[in-house]
Design a protein around this ligand. Structure first.
Ligand code: ADP
Ligand code: CDP
Length: 196
């Protein structure tokens, strides 16, 4: 049986960093599900048709990490039909042997409710804005306003809102280094795998 790790949390909390490191450590597959929504937003036109016709080339675009692509992603992600188009791909990805790590907003609640490990990664909004500003070479105050807007939209939407699953382990990385946050995540997974 494949082992699934679900990692959710708000923008720039460190989900992707932890997910990539866990996948490398345990030899699991990794899917950054935010990239799917970013690619749908970036294609423009009818978002439902974009989600249905998403290709590998769409996911390989080099402009998906921008703040604008993040805002566009969050707008199309509120459309139920867009989310529905992306479910089958994500669930199939999650079932790969020997295991898979998926990070996003609704992995533990909707996509993989039966995941063996669920982490909900957070950090204060100021810390997250500073991290993202450094990463993109942007202004921290501008980033803070954008992240707050996106988090509010993601948490308030009717379909698959961003929230921790009832059985998620909460990990606040505000005062943690990347190494320290990874160590907690790694130990949580190792314990569940029976290697703790
Ligand atoms: N614990 C941490 N301490 C400092 N910087 C971090 C930490 N975790 C992640 N980062 C940095 O913050 C930025 C956002 O992290 P990322 O993993 O992309 O977040 P998310 O996937 O939640 O949007 C990246 O530049 C990453 O290197
Ligand atoms: N599983 C997911 C992943 C992302 N998203 C949406 O896609 C946007 C971009 O996600 P992301 O994970 O790439 O964003 P960051 O956390 O990296 O800033 C989010 O703001 C959500 O609106 C989602 O709704 N569900």
């Amino acid at each position: 049986m494949p082992f699934t790790i679900a990692i959710d949390g708000p923008a720039a909390s460190g989900k992707g960093t932890i997910a990539r490191a866990l996948a490398a450590h345990f030899g699991f597959h990794h899917l950054d599900t935010g990239l799917l929504y970013r690619a749908v937003g970036a294609r423009g036109g009818d978002p439902v048709a974009a989600a249905r016709g998403l290709t590998a080339a769409d996911l390989a675009r080099d402009d998906l990490r921008s703040a604008e692509a993040g805002q566009a992603a969050s707008r199309v992600a509120a459309i139920a039909e867009v989310r529905a188009e992306l479910i089958v791909f994500q669930r199939r990805f999650a079932r790969q042997e020997p295991g898979a790590v998926l990070d996003g907003r609704d992995i533990g609640t909707v996509i993989c409710p039966g995941a063996e490990v669920k982490l909900y990664v957070t950090a204060s909004d100021r810390v997250r804005a500073a991290r993202r500003a450094r990463e993109l070479g942007a202004d921290a105050d501008e980033m803070l306003a954008q992240l707050r807007e996106r988090d509010a939209r993601d948490a308030a939407r009717a379909v698959a809102p961003m929230r921790p699953a009832a059985d998620a382990v909460l990990l606040d990385t505000s005062d943690m280094t990347i190494e320290a946050a990874f160590a907690v995540a790694r130990d949580t997974v190792a314990t569940r795998l029976g290697r703790g």
